[in-house]
Design a binder for this molecule. Sequence first.
Ligand code: 4NP
Length: 155
Amino acid sequence: MIKVLFVCLGNICRSPMAEFIFKDMVKKNGIEKQFYIESSATSYEEIGNDMYYYAKEKLDEMGIPYKKRKATRIEKEDYKKYDYIIGMEERNIQNIIRIVGNDKENKICKLLDFSKKPRDIADPWYTGNFTVTYNDIVEGCTAFLNYLKEKNEIM
Ligand code: 4NP
């Protein structure tokens, strides 16, 4: 079982979008039983809140299923629980390390570091551009899945 935690600042836009996009991707590849996929925030700002309206609207437009959820914050114990802790931008990485401690087992990474063009995923809460966010997340999730296949982590 590959345990993946997607992390962003608020857990109402980017990381839940990544969670549902990646869940859909592994399902379409017929490998969903090999994964445990979740998402969380680094801040307390939106704890308990559902995914943001425009994030859900984008997923609806692209035919990606999702469920009603409540934003949660990453906990120190999550470092042990997950194999991959994947942030969306540099500041997520710094905040994750502040919460879980040093990345001794190299589990913490940035989603687009798996892509051919490593970069941050801008926060749509501020940019308002959910299309760019969606495309960046699909690019990152596709690259991450290819990375796992190349590493023979998937049966
Ligand atoms: P996210 O976007 O990190 O992609 O979920 C944000 C949502 C809410 C806030 C910040 C970022 N906020 O400060 O409330």
